[in-house]
Design a protein around this ligand. Structure first.
Ligand code: IVH
Length: 710
């Protein structure tokens, strides 16, 4: 978000930004509250709300009558009866820094004119679930409602009655009317088990425990809710005919006595320092709680003071949520697994106690290589100043956006006394061959080559992957299953599957049921495999998994040699013939390392034998000679954006390249032509700003002479 300071905005700009934010926040509210499918992180959402609040404070004349700042959530969704809350369900203001908390305490003291003197607070985990109001009359649960927009929620009584932790009846002598409020949530272990069961049944997987809890509570069939492991913590109340105590902590303890689960990490603090200390303690223990929390809630303890303080808009003046920084979490490094890749590289992966980072449960993270574990960066420069990672350590995990989670730091104060430095294996964990690290290389590699089962499985997975043979119904999971059954050891085995299992493939059929890969019958799989008996040369070269040969390099070779025979012969000759080697090096884009890798691949007799077996079933299709002569786009730089409707993006790119064009991923002054389909966004905008020619997909097809029937 590019942000101009609020004070620097002119009214026109402020008005526009308020309108834009109002719409955007409303959309996110709907995604979060009604669809249980948030599109942005809580931190990003908080940032939007913050900005809107700041703008509205400076330009109150532009506040929309239905501004999201004036609401707690979104209106209830259809499907459940509505419940009007007799006492509004409030939201909480947020504090992000220690200073914010100091301001909060200061504000309260000022409001109460309590310069000094005792002022106690409760500090308790902010549970990351969804809030619920439970109404008891005469000691019986009569109604349960979600927060909804704070005024009106959904009637989820039938579902709530299935939650074991929520009492249906209270002990004798409790006030006639009592509304208990708290949070419904799911524990990490229960969440993991639920997702595993959902996956087995081919059902929806939940992104995080909060979504799982929300989705489980808002089931139209209470029987489904009953099977879900929902939990509850009581932390507040709504309408009551009497109160059992005159402090926040006193009432909550009474609720505990009445049979409600209350959080055992609630503390009573009588200074700012004590609040912050409890915050740090909870932050440090976050990974060990077994459920997600996203901050600490501070509440003035004395109820008479709460009463005096009252509310500002929809949040109490007497409470605040001190949020944890997002996208970073601490957890315990429970183990280090070594994965063996297709090229034999040993990659260490952190096995972590599950923790939610940026809205996603993380249980693995990359550790890169042995130097990284030892605390040394590339070229030996320290990344964690010699602070190595040991099993049992409390580590910080970082995850931003879709990026693979990383272990970024370690807390030496919390290192177990018996933790020992990690010894990186020097033998391949899959085949026992020596794993060696060559000078100047960061990775250690298994020397088992074709005898290493881990490499073989990874090579098979690569062979069928998207940019390679791309066989529908044959993915990583199936390859693993087939490998375990010894049905597949090398690529050629894929093509003899049908021969070996017959047209019905009964055993395969059974396996596919077992593995839960849905409807994909053996018949369909055989058909998909047959379809790939002829493959474009570049895909075939890429599929071989030769080191340093990615999709681009494979395409380069295909375009240069045009046929498999020409390519294979050239590579085989180069093993003994310097001139042949020089010819390979003369190709634009081929250097020593790449040439050596390909030549070595063809020089290996096991590889040649495996290739012979494979080529008995598969025919690589000759590549087309680039028709650059007379090509309207030869030498031009093109950008495709938006949705293409007549062919895939990959095919469009391949065609353009075959015509001698360069296809770029982003628009710049160097772009000659932009082909824009529906939904084109920022690239189209940039092109227009730069005055670059923009054409439609149809125009494009006409231009390259592929107009109708392409
Ligand atoms: S107190 C009047 N305490 O946070 C105060 N809320 O951001 C009402 N929440 O709607 C809330 N843990 O869903 C309170 N220990 C806790 C909480 C908590 C989680 C949620 C609750 C509330 C939201 C506000």
């Amino acid at each position: 978000m590019s942000e101009t300071a609020v004070a620097d905005l002119d009214p026109e700009a402020a008005k526009a930004e308020i309108a834009r934010l109002t719409a955007e926040i409303r959309r996110h509210d709907e995604a979060y509250f009604q669809k249980d499918a948030p599109e942005i992180s809580d931190a990003a959402y908080d940032a939007l709300k913050h900005r809107l609040a700041a703008l509205e404070a400076a330009f109150p004349e532009f506040i929309a009558p239905d501004s999201p700042s004036l609401k707690v959530g979104a209106a209830p969704s259809e499907g459940f009866g509505k419940v009007r809350h007799r006492v509004r369900m409030l939201s909480l203001g947020n504090a992000f820094t220690d200073e914010d908390v100091a301001d909060f305490v200061e504000r309260i003291r000022r409001f109460l004119s309590m310069k000094d003197g005792a002022l106690a607070f409760t500090a308790e985990p902010k549970i990351d679930g969804l809030s619920l109001s439970l109404r008891y009359e005469g000691g019986r649960l009569v109604e349960a409602a979600t927060r909804g927009d704070g005024e009106e929620g959904e009637n989820v009584t039938a579902n709530v009655r299935t939650i074991k932790e929520i009492p249906d009846r209270l002990p004798k002598g409790v006030p006639e009317v009592f509304e208990v409020r708290g949070e419904v949530y799911m524990r990490h272990a229960d969440f993991a088990a639920l997702n595993a069961a959902q996956a087995d049944a081919g059902d929806k997987i939940f992104a995080n425990p909060r979504n799982a809890a929300a989705g489980s509570l808002r089931q139209l069939d209470p029987a489904v809710t009953a099977r879900r492991p929902l939990r509850f913590f009581a932390y507040a109340w709504g309408e009551v005919s009497a109160l059992p105590a005159d402090t926040q902590s006193g009432v909550i303890h009474a609720l505990g006595d009445w049979g409600f689960p209350i959080n055992d990490r609630m503390a009573r603090c009588d200074s700012l320092e004590a609040l912050l200390a409890h915050y740090r303690a909870l932050e440090a223990d976050r990974a060990n709680l077994g459920y997600d929390i996203d901050g600490v809630v501070y509440k003035v303890d004395r109820l008479d003071l709460q009463e005096r303080l009252g509310f500002v808009s929809r949040a109490p003046r007497w409470a605040i949520a001190h949020k944890f920084p997002a996208e970073r979490a601490t957890t315990v490094l429970e183990g280090i697994d070594i994965q063996v890749g297709r090229t034999g590289a040993l990659s260490p992966v952190a096995r972590l106690r599950p923790v939610t980072v940026g809205g996603v449960v993380v249980s693995n993270a990359t550790l890169h290589n042995e130097d990284y574990i030892a605390g040394r960066g590339a070229n030996g420069e320290p990344i964690r100043e010699g602070r190595d990672l040991r099993i049992g350590d409390t580590v910080t995990v970082y995850r931003a956006g879709d990026v693979i989670p990383k272990v970024v730091d370690v807390d030496l104060m919390r290192r177990p006394a018996d933790a020992v430095p990690y010894e990186f294996p020097t033998l391949c964990p899959a085949c026992g061959s020596h794993a060696v690290r060559e000078a100047g290389e960061a990775v250690r590699r298994c020397t088992g080559g074709l005898t290493c089962p881990a490499q073989a499985v990874e090579r098979l997975k690569h062979f069928v992957s998207r940019g390679a043979l791309d066989i529908e119904g044959l993915g990583a999971r199936q390859i693993e299953a087939f490998w375990d059954k010894a049905w597949m050891k090398e690529p050629a085995d894929i093509f003899t599957l049908e021969q070996r299992f017959g047209p019905q493939g009964t055993e395969l059929q059974r396996l596919s049921k077992l593995e839960g890969y849905g409807e994909k019958s053996a018949t369909n799989l055989f058909a998909a495999i047959r379809e790939r008996r002829a493959v474009p040369l570049d895909r075939f070269i890429f599929a071989l998994g030769i080191r340093h040969v990615g999709e681009t390099t494979a395409r380069l070779f295909a375009r240069h040699y045009l046929s498999w025979d020409a390519f294979a012969t050239a590579m085989a000759e180069a093993a003994t013939d310097e001139q042949a080697r020089a010819a390979i090096l003369a190709i634009d884009g081929v250097g020593d390392v790449l040439a050596d890798a390909v030549i070595a691949f063809f020089d290996d007799e096991h590889n040649r034998a495996a290739l012979d077996r494979l080529l008995a079933h598969v025919t690589p299709r000759d590549a087309e000679r680039p028709k650059t002569e007379g090509s309207p786009v030869a030498g031009k730089t093109l950008v495709f954006t938006g949705t293409l409707e007549r062919m895939s993006r990959a095919e469009a790119k391949a065609r353009a390249e075959a015509l001698g064009a360069k296809v770029a991923g982003s628009v710049s002054a160097k772009t000659d032509l932009v082909i824009a389909g529906p939904g084109a966004g920022s690239k189209l905008k940039t092109a227009t700003q730069l005055g670059i020619e923009v054409i439609s997909e149809d125009d494009w097809l006409t231009l390259i002479g592929a107009g109708e029937g392409a």
